[in-house]
Ligand binder design. Structure first.
Ligand code: FES
Length: 140
């Protein structure tokens, strides 16, 4: 926040940095950021809940984000989610019982030309078949 001059318009970047540092955005972090940037807590909370890549809960050791935007939906993202559910027993916004894998979804990652897109621990991969995704998650 110091680097960004405590500017209110730095809210998204600050929240992103907080999440990278702590893994998620809890109440204390949102209050601290809100006060420090002089933005209403409701705005900080609104931004944190609007963007699907922000999370208010601790995540598992690894995070898998499946894009469910239009292009990825047409190219099979629902089949990917169904395979993950049947293999690992989790749906979107859930974490496996052993705390190894958290599954998230996003509405377009901006990589429609390589749909369906999946992000594994921050690394985006395109043209993912259900078998590719299951193999990657099993490595975890
Ligand atoms: S719809 Fe999936 S990357 Fe755009």
């Amino acid at each position: 926040m110091l680097r960004l001059g405590h500017r209110p318009d730095a809210l998204i970047e600050v929240l992103h940095t907080v999440q990278q540092s702590f893994g998620y955005l809890d109440d204390d972090a949102l209050r601290y950021v809100s006060t420090s940037l002089h933005v209403p807590l409701s705005k900080a909370y609104g931004v944190a809940t609007f963007y699907s890549l922000f999370t208010l809960r601790p995540q598992g050791e690894h995070t898998c984000v499946v894009c469910t935007g239009t292009a990825c939906h047409i190219k099979g993202s629902t089949m990917i989610l169904n395979r993950i559910r049947s293999r690992f027993g989790i749906g979107p916004k859930q974490t496996t019982a052993d705390n190894q894998i958290s599954l998230l979804t996003a509405r377009c990652l901006g990589a429609c030309s390589i749909a369906p897109a999946v992000v594994y621990d921050g690394e985006a991969k395109g043209k993912q078949a259900p078998d590719d995704v299951i193999a990657r998650l099993e490595e975890w």
